[in-house]
Write a protein that binds this ligand. Sequence first.
Ligand SMILES: C[S@@+](CC[C@H](N)C(=O)[O-])C[C@H]1O[C@@H](n2cnc3c(N)ncnc32)[C@H](O)[C@@H]1O
Length: 276
Amino acid sequence: MISHASATKSNIRFHYDLSTVFYRLLWGQHIHHGLWEGNESSTVAQQRLTETLAGLAGVQSGHVILDVGCGMGGSTMHLARQGCDVTGVTLSPIQRRWAAAESWCRGLSRKTRWMCTDAETLDFPEANFDIVWSIECTEHLFDKPAFFRRAAKWLKPGGRMAICAWLAGDRTDAAAVQKVEDVCEGFICPSLGTSADYCQWFTDAGLVVEQDLDWTARVMQTWAICDRRVRRSGVRHLAKLISRDTVLFLDRFQTILEAYQDGSMKYGCFIARRPA
Ligand SMILES: C[S@@+](CC[C@H](N)C(=O)[O-])C[C@H]1O[C@@H](n2cnc3c(N)ncnc32)[C@H](O)[C@@H]1O
């Protein structure tokens, strides 16, 4: 695991409160990578990532699901449309309001519930969920092993954890470590775990790892597209008026792309099951 000391909960909350509208305008409903097969649009690729994870997790109508770090509720609403009862949790009050309003407009209020709270202090009764789902949120957690230990208990026996996460790669040379630290700083992540770290955390939490997939090559063009859109939109000029951290965030799009290309980082998808 590679750590960086600069992240705080209030920085993370501020980032998502501020940036949600820009994510929506420049990227779409999901605040996560696309999963490409060819030259399809980023919207199709983002939706594929959500649907592929749902397929691997064995999502079925009637499942009770927790979406940890739900953003604008893209996954939560997708799962609700499949007939699941889904609770979305975000650190950002603006995202919670956005997601609640959008789910109401889309007629999904009865299948969705929204909470603005810190996933690291959250608690639920044991065996409450069929699936604990999280796309690109665990990067922001300060004590990832403790979170997985608690979240594993929220799963019903036979239930699954479905996680997509940015990862530190297997390189340990100084240049690679520096790149991961720069990404952590720009994207407000206290640390990035390796694929092996995640598997160990699942195992230590009593889960059985069913899938440990490397999607790096299929997701990395996300950053070339985002970088192009940011340059074209002139949003960097606006960022300069907001804060140094906002400029740093935009400037690190190139760093993350390079980190994926040279193996400093990876993108992982994991499915882990609580034994029946
Ligand atoms: C990169 S976005 C991903 C959003 C969503 N999963 C998606 O795919 O569209 C990260 C999300 O994690 C949430 N988050 C970060 N730290 C959190 C925490 N400690 N507790 C709850 N949510 C958190 C942010 O508020 C944001 O919604």
